[in-house]
Design a binder for this molecule. Structure first.
Ligand code: FES
Length: 177
């Protein structure tokens, strides 16, 4: 099973325990913080990368290894838009919906993308390639409108640039910004 397929498989069928590599990275993260609790955000990133989302069993696992309650972990997961409770598409497109981006056409870009891909906010295309999400300010207001694809920002977007970006993602080779 490919990594992507593994990440998108039914969470209830996927074992929730860090791989040896993630365990090593977990130990490295903890060394950078005075208290274990302070390391929760990077540990959640690590867990999301490993398991594809932060579903209930991941919340329980992280709570256990961080000596926290599941409720404490869930509070953090649901506060930040960068953590996902369900698996996302291979290319997760986050459209900034805050004022600078909105005034520069982000909503039209978002709507045309949903229409082109045939999905709504929070949904994943049937082939697992794309998901879309509206998010609050991505912190790059001076180069609005902005879309974040996985970890990469695409700024000063136009409909043409966005089309080229989506085409390149479909081909499995996302263009660089
Ligand atoms: S308003 Fe879009 S990045 Fe700030």
């Amino acid at each position: 099973m490919s990594e992507q397929a593994r990440k998108q498989s039914d969470p209830s069928e996927t074992a929730v325990e860090f791989s040896a590599d993630s365990k090593r990275r977990f130990d490295e993260i903890l060394k950078r913080y005075d208290s274990k609790r302070s390391a929760l955000l990077p540990v959640l990133h690590l867990a999301q990368n490993e398991f594809g989302s932060v579903h209930d069993r991941v919340v329980e696992y992280v709570a256990k290894i961080m000596d926290l309650s599941p409720a404490q972990v869930l509070e953090v997961v649901t506060f930040y838009h960068m953590y996902h409770r369900k698996p996302q598409g291979e290319n997760h497109l986050q459209f900034c919906a805050t004022i600078s981006c909105w005034m520069n056409g982000s909503h039209q870009l978002y709507k045309s993308t949903c229409s082109r891909l045939g999905i709504k906010d929070g949904e994943v295309t049937p082939d697992g390639k794309f998901s879309v999400q509206r998010v609050e300010c991505l912190g790059s207001c001076g180069s609005a409108p902005v879309v974040q694809v996985n970890e990469t920002y695409y700024e000063n977007l136009t409909p043409e640039k966005l089309n080229r970006l989506i085409n390149s993602c479909k081909e499995g080779n996302p263009q660089r910004p």
